[in-house]
Design a protein around this ligand. Structure first.
Ligand code: PMP
Length: 331
């Protein structure tokens, strides 16, 4: 029987789970660590899932029309997923991207025809971030009011507030993990950017097995821009959700879904990502390293011996070759 796909939409999801045998052995871990390899998606990140789900819902609800411009504020991966699908479906796409976004992501966006705007070049964002000490939610509000509302044919897809974001994970990421492990999952850990992954996947897994432990991960204090340290090396795409004002937490993050939260600094994330390249032959991005670093902590707890920890590897290390991720520091 032939197996020919006719759209990149058909290639999204069903990513493999890999037990990190080499990493487990290296540290003598007594728990299993299973990583869901999201770089198997057609545009190499977990964000393909939400890009598809948000565009499809907008089409079904009649909010998106042929020739419209889809716009979003994105660190890159969502933008890439959206830009690719927009290209395939005949929409235009405009991405508002962090100034620190890696050059690979910026160029990939452009390859799909995206019109990229850096924060620095958009006064509505740049001025608001400055005036509010980096309040991103306020900056997006200003962008909506001062820029988006002036363009009738722009559709703000809003990954931070769009219910189709966590819904994509509730419908696909969660069920895939459940089926691929035959329901044998004790702990689920993921980094938080919009919160879509942890909220949708966590909800699905807890509905199947209420005592699944859900662990949410945020950057530590040294990996977040502040007035004293405005440009630290960041865990790109990952943002704090605890210890910040509630109004700055993304709408799609379900704060009831996680049992515990953990912090990771960028060097720890680098170290884990470098190590897993050596132990298991897998090249992953910074947030994957953050998730693995937490998985190791969890696996080292005596009470977790014999348990199965599932983590998400959101994207590929190839997206970070211009950063310090794989520079120096022999793992
Ligand atoms: N890792 C990377 C590389 C990302 O781009 C994102 C999304 N910004 C995340 C992790 C976090 O995923 P989510 O938005 O679903 O919380």
């Amino acid at each position: 029987m032939s197996k020919i796909y006719t759209s990149i939409s058909d290639l999204i999801g069903h990513t493999p789970l890999l037990e990190l045998k080499g990493y487990e052995e290296k540290y003598g871990l007594k728990a299993r660590i299973l990583a869901k390899l999201e770089f198997f998606n057609p545009n190499q990140s977990i964000k393909d899932r939400i890009a598809f789900s948000m565009i499809e819902t907008a089409e079904q609800e009649g909010q998106l029309h042929p020739g419209d411009t889809i716009v979003d504020v994105t660190s890159g991966n969502t933008g890439i997923g959206l830009a690719a699908l927009a290209a395939a479906k005949g929409y235009r796409f405009r991405a508002f991207v962090q100034d620190s976004v890696s050059i690979e992501r910026f160029k990939v966006l452009k390859a799909f025809g995206s019109e990229n705007v850096k924060y620095l070049d958009e006064p509505a964002i740049a001025d608001t971030l400055k005036a509010t000490n980096n309040d991103f939610v306020e900056a997006v509000k200003a962008l909506e009011k001062e820029v988006f509302s002036k363009h009738q044919d722009w559709f703000f897809i809003n990954q931070l507030g769009n219910p189709s974001n966590p819904e994509a994970h509730y419908r696909s990421t969660g069920p895939e993990i459940w089926e691929d492990t035959d329901g044998n999952v004790d702990i689920f850990a993921a980094t938080v950017g919009t919160g879509g992954t942890i909220s949708g996947t966590g909800r699905y897994l807890k509905e199947q097995k209420p005592d699944v432990q859900v662990v949410a991960i945020q950057p530590g204090p040294d990996s977040i821009p502040t007035e004293e340290n405005p440009a630290p090396e960041e865990i790109q795409g990952v943002h704090p959700f605890e210890g910040i004002p509630a109004c700055q937490v993304p709408k799609v993050l379900d704060r009831e879904i996680y049992d515990e939260w953990q912090e990771v600094e960028t060097p720890q994330a680098y170290e884990a990502a470098r190590m897993v390249a050596r132990t298991d032959g897998i090249l992953v991005g910074i947030s994957s390293g953050a998730a693995l670093s937490v998985a190791r902590r969890l696996a080292e707890r005596p009470e977790n011996a014999g348990k199965t920890i599932v983590i998400i590897f959101p994207d590929t290390g190839l997206r970070y070759l211009s950063t310090n991720l794989f520079e120096g520091g022999e793992a």
